[in-house]
Design a protein around this ligand. Sequence first.
Ligand SMILES: [Zn+2]
Ligand SMILES: [Zn+2]
Ligand SMILES: [Zn+2]
Length: 305
Amino acid sequence: MGSIVTSKKWRLVALLSSVTFFATAQETSLLVIGIMQDGGRPQMGCLKSCCKDMRQREFVSSIALIDSANQVYHLLDATPDIASQFQLINQSLSATCKLGSIFLTHAHVGHYTGLQFLGRESMNASHVPVYTMPRMERFLTDNGPWSQLIRLNNIQLKAQHTDQPIQLGNFQITPLLVPHRDEFSETVGYRVKGPRKSFLFIPDIDKWERWERSLAAEIQKVDYAFIDGTFFADGEVNRPMREIPHPFISETIALLDSLPRTIRERVYFTHFNHTNPLLNPTNPDRISLEKAGYHFATTGTRLAL
Ligand SMILES: [Zn+2]
Ligand SMILES: [Zn+2]
Ligand SMILES: [Zn+2]
């Protein structure tokens, strides 16, 4: 008798924990809310076919971390498209969630200038936590209009340090220092862990060889890797490309091609320059990379974490 009661109890415990597990899996996710390099699409001054059609507008690269159980979402970067990205998030969610925190990668225009819309001219937000590295923090504190956001308590700066995880509800968010053109701030990417799955977000890096970590090893630690896909190959823009270094997608795949397909499938290229021919889903090089397992980030994609 006792053993039947115990086994029933265990079955109930197992059932309840699987329900909780399912609920958590549904409720924590990442949502891709932009895929472009800082200038977006259309890019100012570009009269070519890549930017002509306004229906092909794309937002600057960013990811929202959705924590429905806590009715909150966090943003990786604050892009100049943040107002439209807010609407996109609200339309994608069934429950109402509020903006929680913002995590900034660096002080290039596509990654932080969306903060301006938290100010009194626009949203007039109150005490939104903004996580920054030390130089980024000084940059915002010492320069207007960002200093006013701090003074008027629209935002509240929070310190983050490389390799030190920050626990926020169901997410653990770890900044990772990366080499980049650091004129105004250092640059970080993020590793984010949910209850079940994790991902890497590195929208900007100069070249993988200049990083003290191995890209292949970092991809193997996570389930998805959203990485710098700014340019496909050398010669893509009409100016010396060493002035704006990024790993060409052609170089990144050379680093990863010997890995098993299951690892390559974790890669999602993002932060595309408007000139990148792989932005076009019918491009033959893109199609063959997709056949090899690589993904190209798409706005609106939602993945459970
Ligand atoms: Zn960028
Ligand atoms: Zn263009
Ligand atoms: Zn940058």
